[in-house]
Write a protein that binds this ligand. Structure first.
Ligand code: PMP
Length: 311
């Protein structure tokens, strides 16, 4: 099913009407923030579940604070609008939701202050982000991650994604499925658009939030799940490049990528080169919660339909 509507300039409109001018500040200078939210279709329950809805809007508020965008709506209001939009679309498949907050004014002048802000949401059906979710072939990028003192990775800023795009395209052109990127100092930061975990000596290890990563919602979810469901501790500490080569398991996580096991890094097999036991368990848990199959985690998902949607 194709996208039919958008939330744009204060109301839900047909998608064809949700247009901005080429003079828009955000289009010229990348002065916007965005989110990426997934909703999972549960065929048995005929229900669409939005995963960690509130957490995404809370992060949008943080991103906007960093680049001086004043959101016209509260987190609660944005959550309600998202549910209203999804319900109107009537999707019966896995869906991706894209909220955007941006400098909406027309005209020139590189700055953040004294500019009108805009807010929009659209949603679109969306499947896998990486084809080889059960064993990606990954390289360490020759590009470096943007730094907090130049372009903060903590904020999900539209213009900042040129860094991710350079990393991703370079990886694909070099025959990889994805890339891992290092910080300016040379520590492991994350993937092009996903966080990274490795397993060493039975513990999960992930870069701390001070290593120019996006403070991922999936990352936080997995840290919590590993502790409570698997009794596995996560150590947040700087990771060296060569630790990637000796890790027992490695995987990407993020709303888009979901949980993708890494089979090979820089032509070296990760562990046995086959999907490992910890990432397998985390994937099973994550998907069952996301699809609304776990009553004990129902607080993490928000159902879209109050009644069964029209076919
Ligand atoms: N890092 C980057 C650069 C990303 O774009 C994303 C995707 N939003 C992530 C990490 C993962 O974040 P989350 O789990 O919140 O989707």
């Amino acid at each position: 099913m194709a996208t039919k509507y958008a939330f744009f300039e204060g109301s839900i409109v047909p998608i064809e009407e949700a247009k901005v001018s080429i003079m828009t500040h955000a289009f010229n200078y990348g002065t916007g923030c965005f989110e990426g939210i997934r909703a999972y279709w549960n065929e048995t329950k005929e229900q669409l579940y939005v995963l960690k809805l509130r957490e995404h809007y809370e992060r949008l508020v943080h991103s906007c604070k960093i680049i001086l965008i004043t959101l016209p709506y509260s987190v609660d209001e944005m959550c309600s609008m998202t549910l209203e939009l999804l319900s109107k679309e009537g999707f019966r498949e896995d869906t991706y939701v894209r909220p955007l907050a941006y400098k909406a004014e027309s005209g020139l002048g590189v700055r953040l202050h004294d500019l009108r802000d805009g807010f929009a949401i659209f949603a679109t059906p969306f499947g896998k982000y990486i084809d080889k979710e059960e064993g990606a072939n990954v390289g360490v990028s020759s590009w470096r991650r943007i730094n907090d003192n130049s372009v903060p990775a903590r904020a999900k800023i539209t213009g900042a994604y040129i860094n991710s795009a350079l990393i991703k395209t370079d990886a694909i052109m070099n025959g990889f499925d994805e890339a891992i990127v290092l910080t300016q100092e040379g520590h492991v930061s994350e993937g092009s658009a996903e966080n990274l975990f490795i397993v060493r000596e039975g513990k999960l290890v992930t870069s701390p939030v001070t290593e120019d990563i996006l403070e991922g919602i999936t990352r936080a979810t997995l840290i919590a799940l590993a502790a409570t469901e698997l009794g596995i501790e996560t150590v947040e500490r700087p990771i060296d490049r060569t630790e990637l080569y000796v890790a027992d398991e490695a995987f990407f996580c993020g709303t888009g990528v979901q949980i993708a096991a890494i089979a090979e890094i820089d032509h070296r097999p990760v562990g046995t080169g086959k999907i490992g036991p910890i990432v397998t368990q985390l994937r099973d848990l994550y998907f069952s919660i996301a699809r609304g199959e776990r009553e004990d985690y129902s607080r993490w998902v928000t159902p879209v339909y109050t009644a069964v949607p029209a076919g």
